[in-house]
Design a protein around this ligand. Structure first.
Ligand code: ZN
Ligand code: ZN
Ligand code: FE
Length: 759
């Protein structure tokens, strides 16, 4: 019997060689019909005998191309049309936009072969790509993903490229950014004034020469600029730091090959898989010592390593043969530059030369940063290679927009059941970052032609993102910061309540108006209960304390000893200390906090590791890394007031006084750090036991600390709990936007409206 079926396929099915794959399959089986890319995904109609159609459907699902995946598959039987042959139709852009936009993919082995073969017409061509690799998110302007909707629209394909593009059996069939030296983008090398020094391959080679001689080169890559400098050259790296005003924060290093990574760093199988994946993120690796200048990551036992991921980076690094620093091409606190004219103005005082090209970047996409914890990926910054793939949480057809938090901001759009999370945007400290934030919100709504019904923000009234939401004119839902952290973790793992969420971070606005940060939240039907947290302590100077760990220590010691505090353990000038003590006594600008991040700061200050810091997370890192020098399993004494009833206000208060009192008698930073981490893991297990909920979610910026994370997971498992932690979505505030979407879905759920007991 002859039948005709219409298949609607959603998922990552555009820009991954899906249509040529279907074409080959249909031709193979001799079915008639057609395939078209639409804004809803891919639509296929096939006509053949019933068994042939069954085979077609089975092979379609079973033999997908490497980067394709199907998340929704619908089959209808429709009337016969009797067509012969199988065709690929032009895309149509009508209807609800729900096709998935693919992230940028690292150059594939076939393309790398093309550019290294002197007989190939793409020999040494830096913009080589195919349907299995190349730019996507960084060049797309609108859906569906077709060349006129990308920043490649200004380049007309030559006859050879056009023939590849139209041949369903070619690897470049409908590869939208397809290009060659004859018809595609080209490199130019500029000096600081924008004067052309060299073009094409000459530009690439001259940039290499400049790097070899210790110059700083700004390189326009895939989703923005890098600042590059020879990573082995101490003077050159120091000059980059001085010019950028970035004195201590570690710099990422791009190595020419995996072998060279291995010469410098320890690397396990999971780390190697991430490093060589088509997402090609920066991977934090244990630095073993090699030829990298100490200025790259001063005093840091880890190194952020990455491999070349575009043909341009491959060619450059291959020519050089040595690793280069590849740090974001931005001014401190601003987003990375994406435009070459802008880069001259912004980076003109930092870079000596500018290696640029004429393929516009549609939006900035930073390098992603990951590490491995418990053998699994732990995402610290989610951008290139991962964004904007969605996380799917059960949802109807609602459309919501979430503005995220303040630091490490990302936004999210719930549209057609997908939660699209933006690429990392940065801290909302500068006008430039705030502009990018606004553009990104508009960008996602435009791409998907979505009109959200609600905007979701943090509870913090002073966040610019909150203020933006309030002025948007949409109904606003405010979500408590740590609740959003926990829901983010639950969403990532599709967890159903009840869950004991442990959200530890630097700061988050609490429902009582104080600064929270060591929260144990019991998430039940439609709301949460704060079941335990650190005893609150005063923070002299409020937000200033996050840059000065010694202030947290002062607040804690003052709470313990009043005026009799051990002054010799506090590294302040005497008059400074007296002023702060007066402020503490009078309660001037000394807000109460239960922040775990600030407790970490105080312990680091007490251990003599860090009194002041120049970048966020520096203190926690110092403490984490100090544990590497001790293998003790000892703990400090601690006390938790019993949690008598999780539904009343009898919360567990975690007393830090015994911990600090014990540390005051010790002086070995490694021992202090290790014992402190062990103590926190014990506290986590004890609270979990008191609450008695099997599912425990660990989240918040403190859980970027692998030693803390792994000790808590191990402890919880040993005690019979099932711990979950964030892997693909950052545990830091980059995960908040997803949690905000999840909160809105809980608010809107049937459970909520039928029971109506939320308080
Ligand atoms: Zn390729
Ligand atoms: Zn061409
Ligand atoms: Fe947070």
């Amino acid at each position: 019997m002859i039948e005709r079926r219409r298949l609607t396929v959603q998922g990552t099915v555009q820009g991954v060689g899906f249509r040529p794959f279907v074409y080959r399959l249909a031709t193979d089986l001799g079915t008639g019909g057609w395939i078209v890319n639409s804004s809803q995904g891919v639509v296929i109609e096939v006509e053949a005998s019933t068994p042939t159609l069954d085979t077609f459907v089975a092979r379609l699902q079973g033999e997908l191309p490497p980067h394709a995946s199907i998340c929704d598959f619908n089959i209808q039987t429709i009337p016969l049309q009797g067509d012969h042959g199988f065709y690929i139709h032009h895309s149509n852009s009508n209807g609800v936009k729900s096709a998935l936009i693919l992230p940028d993919l690292a150059a594939c082995p076939d393309c790398l072969r093309d550019i290294s073969d002197p007989t190939n017409r793409r020999y040494r061509y830096p913009f080589t790509n195919c349907t299995n690799c190349g730019p996507r998110f960084s060049i797309i302007l609108a859906l569906p993903y077709d060349r006129p909707n990308t920043t490649m629209r200004g380049f007309t394909m030559c006859a050879d490229c056009q023939a590849e593009y139209e041949n369903p059996l070619n690897r470049r069939f409908h590869a939208q950014p397809n290009a060659c030296p004859k018809c595609g983008p080209h490199l130019t090398l500029w000096d600081r004034s924008g004067r052309v020094m060299e073009t094409r391959d000459g530009a690439l080679q001259a940039a290499g020469d400049a790097l070899r001689s210790g110059s700083i080169v700004a390189v326009k890559g895939l989703g923005g600029f890098h600042l590059m400098v020879d990573a082995r050259n101490s003077d050159a790296v120091a000059m980059l730091r001085t010019r950028k005003g970035r004195y201590e924060k570690p710099l990422a290093v791009m190595f020419p090959s995996l072998e060279q990574v291995k010469d410098n760093c320890e690397i396990n199988a999971a780390e190697q898989r991430l490093l060589t994946s088509s997402e090609a993120p920066i991977v934090l690796l244990r630095y073993r010592g090699g030829d990298i200048a100490p200025e790259v990551a001063p005093g840091n036992p880890y190194m952020g390593a990455l491999l070349p991921y575009t043909p341009l980076h491959h060619l450059l690094l291959n020519d050089l043969g040595f690793p280069v620093v590849a740090t974001s091409g931005n001014l401190s606190g601003e987003p990375i530059c994406t435009d070459e004219i802008e880069s001259l103005a912004k980076l003109g005082k930092i870079a000596d030369l500018f290696l640029v090209h004429d393929r516009p970047i549609a939006r900035h996409v930073d390098d992603s940063v990951v590490c491995v914890a418990m053998g699994e990926v732990l995402t610290l910054r989610r951008a290139r290679g991962y964004a904007p793939l969605p996380i799917d949480i059960p949802a109807d057809k609602q459309s919501y927009i979430a503005v995220g938090a303040h630091q490490k901001n990302t936004t999210a759009l719930l549209h057609n059941k997908h939660s699209f999370i933006s690429q990392h945007l940065g801290d909302m400290e500068s006008i430039e970052t705030f502009d990018v934030f606004k553009q990104t919100l508009a960008d996602f709504q435009n791409l998907y032609e979505s009109t959200p019904s609600t905007i979701i923000c943090d509870l913090h009234p002073d966040y610019v993102t909150t203020q933006y939401a309030e002025q948007s004119g949409l109904p606003v839902l405010r979500v408590q910061h740590h609740y959003a952290h926990v829901l983010s973790c639950m969403a990532e793992h599709q967890l159903k309540h009840p869950v004991l969420g442990i959200a530890w971070d630097g700061t988050g606005y609490g429902t009582d108006g104080t600064i929270w940060g060591s929260e144990f939240l019991l998430v039940e039907d439609q709301d949460f209960t704060r079941v335990a947290h650190l005893r609150p302590f005063p923070l002299p100077g409020g937000d200033t304390a996050s840059r000065e760990p010694r202030r947290s220590l002062l607040g804690l010691l003052y709470a313990m000893y009043g005026d009799d505090l051990p002054r010799q353990r506090l590294q302040f000038a005497p008059h400074e200390l007296n002023l702060l003590l007066v402020a503490l006594k009078k309660g001037i600008n000394t807000p109460l906090t239960s922040s775990m991040g600030r407790l970490f700061d105080a312990v680091a200050a007490l251990a003599g590791l860090q009194q002041q810091c120049s970048f966020e997370g520096q203190t926690a890192m110092a403490l984490e890394y100090a544990t590497l020098r001790s293998d003790t399993d000892e703990c400090y004494p601690y006390k938790i007031t019993p949690i008598t009833n999780t539904h009343h206000a009898d919360r567990g208060i975690i007393e830090w006084k015994p911990i600090l009192a014990a540390i005051l008698n010790e002086s070995n930073p490694a021992l202090i750090s290790a014992k402190f981490h062990n103590t926190l893991a014990m506290i986590v297990v004890e609270v979990a036991q008191q609450v008695g909920i099997p599912q425990v979610a660990l989240t918040g910026g403190c859980f970027q600390n692998r030693v803390l994370l792994e000790r808590c997971i191990t402890g919880l498992r040993a005690a019979g709990f099932t711990p979950y932690w964030q892997q693909h979505i950052p545990p830091n505030d980059g995960g908040i936007a997803l949690g905000q979407i999840a909160a809105a879905l809980r608010e809107g759920s049937d459970v909520f409206s039928s029971s109506g007991q939320a308080d």
